[in-house]
Design a protein around this ligand. Structure first.
Ligand SMILES: Nc1ncnc2c1ncn2[C@@H]1O[C@H](COP(=O)(O)OP(=O)(O)OP(=O)(O)O)[C@@H](O)[C@H]1O
Ligand SMILES: [Mg+2]
Length: 418
């Protein structure tokens, strides 16, 4: 029986052994060690697909239920159950379906049944202690349902820091900043040779904070600033024989800012509104594009194109979005400058959160280094913010995608040795 560390991320999931070695979970995926945190239940079969395979199948034929960002629902007390293939599933059961698949793949990859797990969890699921405990209990229940017999938690920034700590030769006070898809978590902690290897590291944490700024919101900002014009923003329409032209309601555009909220537009009243606009809009091609985006469920694909452009902007001065599907034709160049102008509010939110955290630190404490991790740590303006606040020489990075899981694997070694 094997123990392992498991990072169940909003967009990526990974599993590591106690040595810190990250398991290859899916050889067919572009990045075999990163398993996309998604499920797809095709309408025309009883199969349940997960990870890269789910994305591939959904892209071929999107009839069915595609589920992503499950982790962000954990603290939502209003989200308790969902209907799937005529069955009612609790959120715990749904996440268990995903985690069971991950456990099976990890066991196959390791050549031994994975039984116990150290699971990562955000520094804070919620600022409310009760909600935070509720979210953790649900995740624990899901892992148990997935067949893990012993489930323990380590907060993600601590896990990320453990990988960094293994490289340290003297003690340091470190700000660990993990920028994921859904949230950014900041934790100030003591690290170093004198503390390494302790089973419980909670007492090494000086302070922590978190904010809902992550890759998903950077994607939404691209949609909002550059692409809404392709979907009728600013257009007008008329009702009946009235000569008065009405602007397209802003709630329609705001639902386009996250691909999984787009389906709400298919509700009857909005559907009727789109039909009205299809008859009388002053920008018919854009309303046709809106109609197809929503009715043909193309939001996921569009957001993949947006994400690709964002990733490109981490190393280039401009990126193109070329998207032609149904009656949607987008050819747009996004410059780094425009991207940064559209995302200053996110950088500001990160700065406010960082300042609040720093203000809570004991006066005599100085930060020796700042460890940046998580996919969104690659965004140049995120790196610049921390370079400006702490100095370039204090910034440290490791593999943005695997440092958390490596640390969870190492934590599994010490946690289950007692
Ligand atoms: N090169 C890049 N430049 C900018 N953003 C990137 C890059 N590569 C990945 N991302 C973004 O990083 C995010 C995924 O990061 P990561 O895998 O660390 O998140 P996660 O662990 O799944 O989420 P969370 O920690 O919030 O639960 C996505 O939003 C993705 O678009
Ligand atoms: Mg993460």
């Amino acid at each position: 029986m094997l123990v392992c560390g498991l990072d169940f991320g909003t967009s990526n999931t990974a599993v590591a052994l106690p040595t810190g070695a990250v398991l290859s979970l899916d050889e067919k995926a572009p990045q075999p060690r990163l398993f996309r945190s998604v499920l797809f239940f095709p309408e025309d079969s009883r199969e349940t697909l997960a990870g890269h395979e789910a994305i591939e199948r959904y892209q071929e034929d999107n009839a069915g239920r595609f589920i992503q960002s499950m982790k962000t629902w954990l603290p939502a007390t209003t989200f308790t159950r969902t209907q799937l293939r005529g069955r009612t599933l609790s959120l715990e059961e749904l996440i268990a379906v995903f985690l069971r698949r991950v456990r099976t793949l990890a066991s196959a990859s390791a050549g031994e049944e994975v039984s116990s797990v150290v699971l990562g969890r955000p520094a804070r699921f919620s600022t409310e202690a009760k909600t935070d405990a509720f979210a953790e209990a649900r995740l624990k229940q899901a892992a148990t349902l997935a067949g893990f017999t012993d489930v323990r938690f380590v907060i993600e920034p601590i896990a990320a820091a453990l990988a960094y700590e293994s490289t340290l030769t003297r003690d340091e006070v470190v700000l660990v900043a993990d920028f994921g898809a859904g949230t950014s978590d900041l934790t100030v902690m003591h690290l170093g040779p004198s503390r390494r290897g302790r089973a419980d590291r909670k007492s090494d944490v000086v302070a922590s904070s978190g904010v809902y700024v992550g890759g998903d919101r950077f994607d939404s900002a691209i949609m909002k600033s550059a692409l809404l014009k392709y979907f009728g923003q600013g257009s007008t329409y008329t009702v009946g024989h009235s000569t008065q032209r009405l602007p397209m309601p802003s709630y329609i555009s705001s639902r386009l800012l996250s691909w999984n909220e787009m389906s709400l537009i298919r509700e009857k009243t909005t559907r009727e509104l789109i039909d009205l606009m299809l008859e009388s809009s002053d920008r018919l091609p854009a309303i046709e594009a809106l109609n197809d985006l929503v009715m043909e469920n193309l939001g996921f694909r569009l957001y993949r194109a947006i994400e690709r452009a964002k990733v490109e902007l981490s190393t280039k001065k401009e990126a193109r979005i070329d998207f032609e599907e149904a009656r949607i034709t987008i050819h747009e160049t996004i410059t780094l400058e425009a991207f940064e102008a559209a995302t200053t509010h996110l950088i500001d939110e990160l700065e406010v959160c960082t300042d609040e955290l720093l203000a809570r630190l004991p006066k005599d404490l100085t930060i020796d280094s700042v460890f940046l991790t998580g996919g969104s740590s690659q965004v140049p303006s995120v790196q610049r913010l921390f370079a400006r606040k702490f100095g370039n020489e204090k910034l440290r990075t490791a593999d943005a995608f695997t440092s958390v899981v490596e640390g969870l694997g190492r934590a599994a070694a010490s946690t289950f040795s007692d």
